[in-house]
Every structure is written in C-alpha cells, then in structure tokens.
Design a protein around this ligand. Structure first.
Ligand code: GLU
Length: 518
C-alpha cells in the first residue's frame, strides 16, 4: 500500500538508497537512515540500494567499507543492489564534460591561499563566504594555457541565482536562496567528481525515488537540485531525518560512548534490539500507541514517513538496555551461553583450545560444543556447566559484555572484597561471624549427593527461622557475599549449588579469615 502523498509512484517504483562514505565504521546515525530507507522500500514493495560513496580517496578505506557491509548484514538490512562510486568514474565524467561543454561549469585556477584570504575578507565584512567568480569568464586561450601548464584547478558549477523550494516529507516546505551560495566546486578534475555531483548523478542513474537521509544534508539539497536541473534530471522526493542527540541534547558523538554499530555489537547488543531501538530514534507509531516491541517484520508493516518527527531524537541507553534484555530473554539459555562465550574468553575467565587449524573471529563463530578450561587452574569446564551459570543470571543479563563481571566468582580461585560488605544492615562483626559459623555448620551437614539448590534453600531457611527469626537476611546476606564477593548476585542457594560443596565451604572459611585477620 502506498502512502497518501506517494500516489503518483507505483509500487515497485519506490527506490531508496543508503549512501555511506567508508571514512569510518557504520555510525548509528547512518544505520538509522539505512533502517528507515529499508523499511520504506520494503513497505512499498520497492528496492533498497547500497551505494558506497568512496570518491574521497584519501579518507576512504576498504576496511571501513567491510565494516559497513558487515554491520548492515548483521542488522538484517540486506540490499537489493550494490554500487561503489569509485567504479563509476566514467559515468560522472560524461556529465562533468556535458556541463563544461554547455558552459554550465568552468575551470577555476584560483589558488587555495587566494581563496582563503578572500574568505577572511568576506567574513570581516560580515558577508557569507562565497566564490566571487574570478575564473568564471576566462578566455578559451587562458584556460588552455593553464591546462597545458598543469596549473592546479577545480571545476565549478555556475550557480543560478534563484529560490529553490522543495517539499520535505518530514519537515514540509523548505526554501533556499541560492544567491548567497557562489559557484560551487563539483569536481577536482573531469575524472575526480566531488560529493554533490556524484550524488545528483547517481540518484538519477539509480532511479532513486526517495532520498531519506540525515538532517545534516539539508544544506546540500539545493546544490543537488541545481545540478539536477542543469542536467535535466527529475527531482526525487526528499525526507530529512532528525539528528540523533546525546542525553545532554548535543549531537551524538564519540564522547557519548559507543556510536558505531560494530562497537555496540562488541558491547553485547543484539541486532534485534538495535533495530527496535533505532526505529524509535525519530519515528513513533502514534501518541496513543504504547507498544514498544517491534521486530523488523512488524516495523515494515507499521512504518510511515508521516510519523517521522522533526525534533531531535535523544539516544536513551536505558531504553536500549531494556530492549536488549528483552530480546536476550527471547532466546534459549543455550544460545545466550553461546553468545556469552567470547566475552568469558576475552575477559580471561575461561580458555578454549581450538581443535581446528582455523582460529575463529573474536566475536561470533565460536562452536559451543567444546570443553573449556579454567584460566586459573586449567580444570575442564563443560558447556553444560556454563549453561547452568547463565541460567541463574537469565533475568539479570542486559548486555553480553556484563556477563563476565556478573559471574567471575565461579571461575576464580580466590575472590576479593571489602569485609564490611559481609554485614547486612546494622549487623556487628560478631554477628556476622556467628552467622557465617551457622551457615557453615548447616551446609557441612548436607551430603554431596543432596547438594541441590532446593535442599540448600530448605536447610538454610530453616536455620534462618531459628537463629534469626526476624530477619533471614542476617543469615543469607553474609553467606551470599562470602560466596560471590558482590553486593548483588543470584541467590546463595543457586550460587552454592553450582560452586559445589567444597568450594562453598572454602569461601565461607575465607570470609571468616578475613574477619579474623582484620
Ligand atoms: N555519503 C554521505 C554520508 O555518508 C551521504 C550522502 C547522502 O545520503 O546523500 O553522509
């Protein structure tokens, strides 16, 4: 179904594009734009094009391109067509030559110093900096001489002074006066196009119907429209998405934390969670709609450009963590354990011996069926045991990179913590000692065979009722801290069961020593 304002475009004719420059990893803002383009194309039975804008040779790299492609795939945003601008130089050349032949463009030989002082002068006069047109009317002879002498040059487009208006699908009518723009540089040479020219040509050649991109590109739009007009191209429809802001409402940047998809992936966010999260960065299904959980498939159904907001979209990490926890819990324990493996290995808690020649990549690709080794004592740790550990943390895990910190005490020989942590509320040290002694006694009476969390709970609660009738925390808190060394953890019954009787009793003694030696 096509939205109301797109009546004139038939299904299947909707073509959107994401056009990242491979000058960095895939940024969250670009990923959000990719998502909106993808959703809009799929909703309208159209096509989603990926175009790598790598005309800036110095700043582009294949490594970043790889990151962009992998990140998009990981998010599930597959593309229908793929282009790389560096492979299309002949196409741009044809159009640059055409503009030169028709005298809509010209060679400019002004030096950088000259342009810099001109800019300074204009600014000192309170005028917006622009090119004054010194080379706009050079004689053919001068141009040829300069070209023959290989003088440094660029190609400028003759900006036509007029009002440019376009109807942005998000922001409504936008008007620009090109009078202040000056003649813009569109290429360094006929085989070295720059951004605005390459975009105008490609959006036409690739039959892009809707240009959906970040608001930071609004000021490029009139330049691209002028180029389209000069080359006789039809105008695509534009939708400029609101900026993504940090919690301080400044434009989201590295100083706010991880901002690239690959960094967020490494931190342990799931693609489903990021998709759901990014959809709400500037889009909302409606004021009254309280639903927050959307899969990619349901977003395709619900998405519309009419519901994209104008005002900046604040990146709320709490919401992302909530969504990630939600999507993690949709997975079986087996899967969550498998996803946690790289983090457990990287944090040095466990080791893995690879049976194959090939070393798997640091993230993902680890076979869960192997036996692992404790990094501390070389003892074998089975996947099954890891699964049981993860299962008692099932409700608590929000991001995978937190896993090692939550469960490290299972793998360590010795744990360290402040002795005051052993005190529950107002307990005195004597009371803590008494409490630990009680726990030790109760636990040492439980046989190895009966060492299950149910039995542990039964015995410990019985003891708590007798010794600390008003506050079972006085028994359970010191025990739990003795086992984990942490302020928060799973229950002492679950923890003790997995630690084994031997290690549980050892940890209680360790806590007792800590108190004795103080
Ligand atoms: N290459 C531009 C960028 O990475 C995007 C261009 C566009 O969407 O028009 O910001």
């Amino acid at each position: 179904m096509l939205a109301e304002n797109l009546k004139f475009i038939k299904p299947g004719e909707v073509r959107t594009r994401i056009a990242p420059s491979p000058t960095g990893s895939l940024h969250l803002g670009t990923a959000r734009a990719a998502l909106f383009n993808y959703l809009f194309a799929k909703k309208n039975e159209g096509f989603f094009v990926l175009r790598i804008e790598d005309t800036d040779k110095e700043r582009s790299s294949l490594e970043f391109e790889k990151d962009i492609l992998e990140s998009l795939k990981w998010l599930g945003l597959g593309w229908d067509e793929f282009y790389r601008q560096s492979e299309r130089i002949d196409i741009y050349k044809k159009y640059i030559e055409k503009l030169l032949e028709e005298n809509k463009s010209y060679y400019c030989f002004c030096s950088e110093e000259e342009l810099a002082s001109q800019k300074q002068y204009q600014m000192s006069q309170g005028i917006a900096p622009h090119y004054t047109g010194k080379c706009a009317n050079l004689s053919i002879k001068t141009i040829e001489e300069n070209l023959n002498q290989n003088k440094p040059k660029v190609i400028r487009f003759r900006t036509i002074e007029k009002k440019i208006t376009f109807n942005d699908l998000v922001r409504g009518k936008i008007e620009f006066d090109t009078g202040l723009m000056g003649d813009i540089v569109i290429a360094k040479n006929i085989d070295r196009p720059l951004y605005n020219l390459a975009v105008a040509v490609d959006d036409f050649e690739m039959k892009i119907s809707h240009v959906i991109r970040g608001e930071d590109h609004i000021s490029n739009t009139p330049k691209q429209i002028l180029l389209q007009e000069a080359l006789g191209f039809p105008k695509p429809l534009y939708a400029h998405l609101p900026l993504i802001l940090g919690p301080d409402r400044a434009k989201l940047s590295k100083r706010h934390g991880a901002t690239s998809v690959s960094d967020l992936k490494q931190e342990g966010y799931l693609p489903e969670a990021l998709i759901n999260f990014m959809a709400f960065l500037g889009w909302n299904p409606g004021e009254k709609e309280e639903r927050e959980i959307y899969s990619l498939a349901s977003l395709i159904k619900e998405f519309s450009l009419e519901k994209v907001q104008k005002q900046g979209a604040v990146f709320n990490i709490k919401k992302l963590n909530f969504l990630n926890g939600f999507y993690l819990r949709q997975k079986p324990i087996e899967k969550i354990t498998e996803l946690s493996l790289p983090y457990l290995i990287e944090s040095g808690l466990i080791e893995v011996e690879f049976t194959t020649q090939q070393i798997p990549p640091a993230y993902g690709g680890i076979e869960p069926k192997q036996i692992y080794k404790s990094s501390q004592n070389g003892k074998e740790i089975s996947f099954e045991y890891l699964k049981r550990i993860i299962s008692i943390y099932y409700e608590r895990i929000k991001i995978l990179s937190e896993v090692p910190e939550l469960v490290d005490f299972f793998f360590k020989q010795e744990i360290t913590y402040e002795k005051d942590l052993l005190k529950w509320k107002e307990m005195t040290e004597e009371e803590v000692k008494h409490s630990l002694e009680k726990s030790k006694k109760v636990l040492s009476e439980i046989k190895d065979k009966e060492w299950t969390k149910e039995n542990l709970e039964k015995s410990l609660l019985k003891e708590a009722e007798q010794t600390f009738p008003n506050n079972r925390g006085e028994l359970l808190w010191p025990l739990r801290v003795a086992l984990t060394g942490k302020e928060a953890s799973a229950s002492p019954f679950e923890v003790a069961e997995l630690l084994t009787k031997e290690k549980t009793l050892k940890r209680i003694e360790q806590a007792q020593n800590l108190l004795e030696n103080a």
